[in-house]
Design a protein around this ligand. Structure first.
Ligand code: 5GP
Ligand code: ZN
Length: 115
C-alpha cells in the first residue's frame, strides 16, 4: 500500500467510498464525479500505478479486471444497452490517480469519438 495513494486509502478503509463490489483482489466503487449515470471504478487492491507498470506476471490480474467489469455491467443493469470500459495511462492518457483503475461507464449514449 502507498500511504499517499487515495485509492490505496479507500482499499484500507481510511477514506469513504460508495463500494459496489469487493473480493480478495479487487474493489469497485462509484466515481466521485460521475461522467455517466453509471460510473464505477474497478481497481486491483494491490497498488500498481498504471497499465504501464503491469508485468507479464500480472496477465491473469489484467484479464480478471475486464471479466469483473463485464459482470458488474450486468449487475448495474447496463449490459443490455452497452457500456464503455476506459483505462487511462499516464499524463497524456488523462490518468489523474496513479493507481491502476478501469472506468465502467454506461446509462447514456457514448460519443463515438475517443478523446
Ligand atoms: P483517471 O483520470 O485517473 O483515469 O480517473 C480518476 C477518477 O477518479 C476520476 O474520474 C475522478 O472523478 C475519480 N476520483 C478521484 N478522487 C476520487 C475519490 O476520492 N473517490 C472516488 N470515488 N473517485 C475519485
Ligand atoms: Zn494505490
Amino acid at each position: 500500500m502507498s500511504e499517499e495513494c487515495i485509492f490505496c486509502r479507500i482499499v484500507a478503509g481510511e477514506l469513504p467510498a460508495d463500494i459496489v463490489y469487493k473480493d480478495e483482489d479487487f474493489l469497485a466503487f462509484r466515481d466521485i464525479m460521475p461522467k455517466a449515470p453509471t460510473h464505477v471504478l474497478i481497481i486491483p487492491k494491490a497498488h500498481t500505478a498504471s497499465v504501464g507498470e503491469l508485468t507479464d506476471g500480472q496477465q491473469e490480474l489484467a484479464g480478471r479486471l475486464i471479466i469483473l467489469a463485464k459482470n458488474l455491467a450486468k449487475k448495474e443493469g447496463i449490459a443490455g444497452k452497452g457500456y464503455r470500459l476506459v483505462i487511462n495511462c499516464g499524463p497524456e492518457g488523462g490518468q489523474v490517480v496513479p493507481h491502476l483503475h478501469l472506468h465502467l461507464l454506461g446509462g447514456r449514449q457514448m460519443d463515438a469519438r475517443l478523446g
